[in-house]
Design a protein around this ligand. Structure first.
Ligand SMILES: [Mg+2]
Length: 388
């Protein structure tokens, strides 16, 4: 089998806003075609024009070859060998950052092809299912221009998520720091107040996590708020401080009774080695596209297993990435949850429309799919509608 063509679809919702927090407004979808008529799909969570350029740019020397040029003619049934070739051949331009995100979409599509060619779902290619289902947690990003509106929106979405059957939810409480919603800058004490309201609303039966999106400038400030959050039984607190302050993360982990999670931005398993070794993170959050595809994500899963940590894959895109996270989760014992944007609560038409037959959630669980590859198909109408 040979790779004959790579299509890169840059997608954007028409009402996108650079003021918005959500990266679900855009997408780069990669389709890889073969000489036997099998095609694979991948997506990645990075600026789609940059990712497309990373794939299509021509190479000029042996340390800076083009991804598309290196891919054409290769046997897609060897995704790991191809990953090494593309990583090595693009190293002077790549290694980390957007090129690895683009390589992740390619790798996802190659595993999809391999599954389809062998008639097997990807979790079987990753070693096989170690569980019958995976639990998606609802990722909830509120709307609103004031603290009160933000709190009310979050509570409303949480109750709706519980109504849809979700057993777990993550509260995006981004009300101060560099990535706040609608430029809110509120006192830290409001974070615990909002968490208290949410816990009271759903009781003790639902798992809750909190993401503060790198809110604090230093570890001690984070620990002060973590102390306030202790009564509310949080499963983890995500990205309290700057992701490049790994000594700060280690300090927080050493002093926090609540698990600390990070990794949504990390590229390659090498960055997760740093995160685990120097940052001491309890919960590693590889995004399958951004980390470099299944080829890299499974190494992160192994790292977590070896060191007694958890992985909870990040996913803020569509049913493509959700399927990828689910397949990794089925094959990984130390993966208790995957991130999931509920269609009706995400305000992204791409999340809603791009995949025609996404993996279904039943009673708060995604059961093992039986279709080969990722097990999903693109909605061609949506692909045309949002292509720019
Ligand atoms: Mg996050």
């Amino acid at each position: 089998m040979k790779i004959t063509r790579i299509d890169c679809h840059v997608l954007l919702v028409p009402e996108f806003s650079t003021e918005a927090c959500s990266s679900a407004q855009d997408n780069l979808v990669v389709e890889i075609h073969t000489d036997v008529g099998i095609s694979g799909i991948g997506e990645t969570d990075v600026n789609p024009w940059i990712a497309r350029a990373c794939i299509q740019a021509r190479g000029t020397h042996i340390m800076g070859l083009g991804l598309e040029e290196m891919l054409l003619g290769e046997d897609p049934l060897q995704p790991e060998a191809i990953w090494q070739k593309l990583y090595s051949g693009s190293k002077m331009n790549g290694r980390r950052g957007a090129l690895i995100c683009a390589l992740g979409a390619i790798d996802m599509a190659l595993w999809d092809i391999k599954g389809k060619a062998l008639g097997l779902p990807i979790y079987k290619l990753l070693g096989g299912a170690v569980k019958d289902s995976i639990t998606p947690y609802a990722s909830l990003l509120p709307t609103g221009d004031t603290l009160q509106e933000y709190r009310d929106s979050l509570l409303d979405k949480l109750l709706q998520a519980r109504g849809f059957g979700f057993k777990a939810a993550k509260l995006e409480i981004c009300i101060n720091g560099p990535y706040t919603h609608n430029a809110l800058q509120e006192h830290d004490d409001h974070i615990a107040e909002i968490v208290a309201d949410c816990r009271a609303a759903v009781g003790n039966g639902m798992t809750l996590m909190v993401d503060v999106a790198y809110a604090w400038g230093d570890a001690r400030t984070a620990l002060r708020v973590i102390d306030q959050l202790l009564p509310y039984d949080l499963f983890f607190l995500e990205t309290p401080i700057n992701i490049d302050d790994l000594a700060g993360y280690a300090f927080i982990v050493d002093h926090s009774p609540i698990r600390i999670a990070a990794g949504e931005w990390q590229n390659t398993h090498f960055e997760f080695i740093d995160l685990a070794m120097h940052g001491k993170l309890d919960v590693l959050q590889p995004d399958i596209g951004r980390v470099g595809g299944f080829t890299e994500a499974r190494k992160v899963a192994q790292l977590a297993a070896d060191q007694g940590r958890l992985i909870v894959p990040h996913c803020w895109k569509t049913g493509i990435g959700i399927a990828a996270s689910a397949h990794l989760g089925f094959a990984t014992a130390c993966c208790p949850f995957i991130e999931y944007l509920p269609v009706h609560l995400s305000e992204s038409a791409l999340r809603d429309e791009l995949v025609a037959d996404e993996l279904q959630m039943i009673d708060g669980e995604i059961p093992l799919p039986q279709k080969p590859g990722l097990g999903i198909e693109l909605n061609r109408e949506a692909l045309e509608k949002y292509r720019v």
